[in-house]
Design a protein. Structure first.
Lengths: 110, 114
């Protein structure tokens, strides 16, 4: 069964304390893996798309990486404004559908 | 540039009542989607429209109907609301379903069915 699992469910960091969020997937024929950020009361906002194992993308303090089984979202020296829920979604070959993980709630304390 | 606009933002219904959630995008996107988001379950696809005049069922279509009124607008209708439909509903759009397209989301509708 195609599945996307995110861990941890919640993460509290001190400002400046780097960490990583995990998104593991079991799909056949990955077409793309997407990372979104969701703030309370708002819709998800696109961050990155990764297409193949070994690919990396960066944006400010965020860096996303992809292997054949999982993706990591690395947060370097986070700030309180990085607090949000981070969602991972996978699109697999032969379908338009996206499978979303349940997200990681990140809280960065000043 | 508004992006994806959803109305209403909040709604409370009684069991058995009907309502329509409205969604419009101004990015000239071909594909539009309706998702629901429940705690611990992630975003689940209700219905999808690849282009004007076409709609397809997603993962959880029961109890819902949709209309792709034109290229800009995609509405979701609850004919007889049930408490199990209490959720946050998101409309999204993408340029096309044929490539790895990122989704643009609206700000959501928080629906409570009593």
């Amino acid at each position: 069964e195609d599945q996307v699992t995110q861990s941890p469910e919640a993460l509290r960091l001190q400002e400046g304390e780097s960490s990583s969020l995990n998104c593991s997937y079991t799909v056949s024929g990955l077409r793309g893996l997407f990372w979104y950020r969701q703030d309370p009361g708002k819709g998800p906002e696109f961050l990155f798309t990764l297409y193949s194992a070994g690919e990396e993308k960066e944006k400010e303090r965020l860096k996303a990486t992809l292997t054949k089984k999982e993706s990591f979202l690395h947060i370097t020296a986070p700030k309180p404004e990085d607090s949000a829920t981070y969602l991972c979604a996978v699109q697999f070959s032969g379908t338009y559908k996206y499978i979303f993980g349940t997200g990681t709630r990140l809280k960065v304390l000043a | 540039n508004a992006g994806v606009t959803q109305t209403p933002k909040f709604q409370v219904l009684k069991t058995g009542q009907s309502m329509t959630l409205q969604c419009a995008q101004d990015m000239n996107h071909n594909s539009m989607y309706w998702y629901r988001q429940d705690p611990g379950m992630g975003l689940r696809l209700i219905y999808y429209s690849a282009s004007e005049g076409t709609t397809d069922k997603g993962e959880v279509p029961n109890g819902y109907n949709v209309s792709r009124l034109n290229k800009r607008e995609f509405s979701l209708r609850l004919e007889s609301a049930a408490p199990s439909q209490t959720s946050v509903y998101f409309c999204a759009s993408s340029e096309s379903r044929l490539t790895n397209e990122k989704l643009f989301f609206g700000s959501g509708t928080q629906l409570s069915v009593l």
